[in-house]
Design a protein around this ligand. Structure first.
Ligand code: FEO
Ligand code: CA
Ligand code: CA
Ligand code: CA
Length: 668
């Protein structure tokens, strides 16, 4: 396989596009050169990455010029709010268009067969768009005349819903794959192989023509990543004995990435995609007294939500006890090189990563925030040892060295980042840690020993480059008791979640301390027992529960996407709400976009010009768990057949591109 930074293309089209954009690659420049140059340019960094990234390459004066005016860090939203009435299809605020860009089963690679849900195969699925699209990362095309109208869209395919994907496979119990045991009647090796190919990710070349977006057919960037794609393990755990398996005695190569939920984009143009509920893919029983027993118990391994262990020995912990240590990482992928080997960056720790959104600190170090999505788990931060240099090949190795820390939220509104460093504090052989490899493999147990704050399911964590405030989506925690509340997680039986706002000391994302506040406690403000704290300007349509993903637009405004609103729970479906964070309107929100029945909203992502908003509609057609009259959703009986509405077509997870009629920025 070629080195990650090897030049791959020698394309006249790329050179032409570069020239159009005012780039002047030397004669014979390869596409790799153009990518490298593009990702060094100040205008790109300003547009794509916001103020934080600029600090990596600019002096203080230029930086001050680039900062938005302090008086008005984030302008208010301007759009007419939607009704929250639940429906079987998507809806967007008046004056906007929401068009399906790509659906599960549509072609990604050349020679992908037309999608036929009654004749699925692993070979077809490996070339088609995968299931349950989650994170979306948009990368402007280097050299494009307008990088906000032509780029790469990187997509996570988090997991599969067999009962909605396969005819005749109605789930045998009432549980979903997330959190409950499934029955496997009806599963076969062939169907499991389809599932494996429906996981992972897709790289799509996308282009806007007028108001519509389309996937570029036959693109040389098109890529499918699956549960079988070969990946490299890098960082402190690479090669460690706990990472070695029969198939990989060196502990440096692993097949596939699993349950990739949210992610991030780096200033050097790579896609970070985060493994979340990896425990569910493992079955079997560890040998009695096995050294990984405590580690696996802390991660919920084996979860046996899938029965892949019946078909591939590595997913059976009795047969391959170390394989599960090779999942639960942040994976870095170069989307501009379809032959690049994805890298599992172990320095960032192993847990149920929701996402990995980053910002360049004033020092030039790159800082990633990541939530561990489990009841009572933690918020983490990683600070690179090196600085973002603007030299792409060099920056590509930044995530292999740095300091991982875990958050403690103190009762007085301050907080501390507690470093997970081998040999410091309790992270010593006395507690079973013999190297930094042990610390990153068991990041959760290290966090326990350090006294991190147990949170209500930390999901997306995003830093706002306009204000340096960091937003933590805490989705819910129905197991917190009244004795277990703490100031940062103030509600027992927290069914609707809340959003915590953090501000690093001196607005320095590498600082050891921060202050924090609760932006909003979610749920219906009309029900006193819920204890929601939306700003009173919020309408009956404007409140939400279960914040999950978020996006910060080019104006520094916060958009919140939800997972878990249903007609039975909150009298609304999931969707996107625009949330004010500054001034008198702070804590007010408005409904902008809503999902069809059964779906959650994932992957909110803006183009740099703020004129396109991509969203991912995940698992449309599921049952409302709070509706006792609803029959269990199956392929034959889904709660919606969005987006095709054909009797012979099941619902299909799809990406939607939102634009403003007649052009212009979203929400302005
Ligand atoms: Fe995959 Fe935390 O949602
Ligand atoms: Ca969620
Ligand atoms: Ca999520
Ligand atoms: Ca989710």
């Amino acid at each position: 396989m070629p080195a990650a930074n090897a030049p791959l293309f020698n394309s006249s089209q790329a050179a032409e596009e570069a020239e159009n954009a005012g780039l002047s690659p030397a004669a014979g420049a390869t596409f790799g050169d153009i990518v490298a140059e593009r990702f060094n340019r100040r205008d790109l960094m300003r547009g794509l990455l916001g103020v934080g990234a600029i600090s990596a390459t600019l002096g203080p004066a230029a930086l001050a010029e680039a900062q938005p005016a302090a008086a008005n860090p984030t302008p208010s939203f301007a759009f007419t709010e939607l009704s929250s009435q639940p429906t079987d299809r998507t809806e967007v605020a008046e004056g906007y268009r929401a068009e399906v860009l790509i659906r599960w089963g549509d072609a990604v690679l050349p020679e992908a067969p037309a999608f036929d849900p009654t004749r699925q195969s692993a070979a077809s699925q490996a070339r088609q768009f995968g299931y349950n699209n989650d994170y979306l990362g948009y990368f402007p095309m280097p050299g494009a005349a307008n990088g906000s109208r032509h780029g790469l869209l990187c997509v996570n395919h988090e997991y599969t819903n067999e009962e909605l994907m396969f005819p005749g496979l109605g789930r045998q119990d009432a549980g979903g794959p997330l959190g409950r045991q499934r029955a496997f009647a009806g599963m076969t090796a062939e169907l499991a192989a389809v599932e494996m190919m429906a996981h992972g990710g897709s790289v799509l070349e996308v282009r806007r023509d007028g108001e519509s977006w389309a996937v570029v057919a036959g693109s040389r960037y098109a890529r499918r990543i699956t549960a079988h794609t070969e990946m490299e393990i890098t960082g402190p755990a690479a090669g460690h004995p706990r990472m070695r398996t029969a198939a990989d005695p060196a502990g440096r190569r692993v097949l596939g990435m699993l349950n990739n939920c949210a992610g991030g984009r780096t200033p050097w143009g790579t896609w970070l995609t985060c493994e979340e509920n990896v425990n569910g893919y493992f079955s079997g029983r560890l040998p009695e007294g096995h050294a990984e027993t405590a580690n696996y118990r802390r991660m919920g391994i084996p979860g046996r939500w899938m029965n892949w262990g019946d078909y591939e020995a590595r997913f059976d912990v009795a047969k391959e006890p170390n394989e599960a240590n090779r999942f639960g990482w942040v994976v870095e992928i170069d989307p501009f090189d379809p032959n690049s080997v994805p890298k599992k960056r172990t320095a960032l720790g192993r847990f149920k990563h929701e996402g990995a959104a980053g910002i360049t600190a004033r020092s030039g170090q790159y800082v990633l925030y990541s939530g561990d999505d489990e009841r009572f788990d933690y918020v983490y931060r990683f600070v690179t040892e090196g600085r973002v240099s603007g030299e792409r090949a060099r920056d590509m190795t930044l995530l292999d060295a740095g300091t991982l820390s875990v958050a403690r939220y103190n009762a007085d509104g301050t907080g501390d980042w507690l470093p997970l460093v081998f040999g410091e504090g309790p992270l010593t052989p006395a507690n079973g840690f013999h190297s930094q490899a042990d610390v990153v493999i068991e990041a959760r147990r290290a966090g326990d020993l350090l006294g991190a704050t147990r949170m209500d399911r930390p999901e997306d964590v995003e830093a706002n480059p306009a204000t340096d405030k960091v937003y933590v989506m805490l989705t819910n925690n129905n197991r917190r008791t009244a004795e277990q509340v703490n100031p940062a997680n103030p509600r027992a039986d927290n069914r609707f979640g809340h959003i915590v706002e953090m501000l690093p000391d001196n607005r320095d994302h590498t600082a050891p301390r921060f202050t924090w506040d609760i932006l909003v406690r979610c749920g219906d403000p009309a029900l006193a027992v819920v204890g929601a704290t939306f700003n009173s300007r919020t309408s009956k349509d404007g409140w939400f529960g279960m914040p999950d993903n978020c996006a910060i637009d080019a104006d520094g405004r916060l958009w919140v996407a939800t997972d878990g609103n249903t007609p039975g729970r909150t009298q609304r479906n999931d969707g996107v709400w625009a949330m004010e964070t500054e001034g008198a309107a702070r804590g007010a929100s408005k409904l902008f976009f809503k999902c069809p029945f059964g779906a959650e909203l994932c992957g909110p992502e803006f183009t740099p010009d703020g004129e396109t908003f991509f969203v991912a509609i995940q698992h449309p057609g599921e049952t409302d768990p709070e509706d006792p009259s609803a029959a269990p959703a199956t392929y034959e009986n889904p709660s919606t057949r969005w987006p095709d509405f054909r009797p012979d077509m099941p619902p299909r997870p799809s990406i939607v591109a939102i634009t403003r009629r007649g052009g212009g920025k979203i929400g302005t």
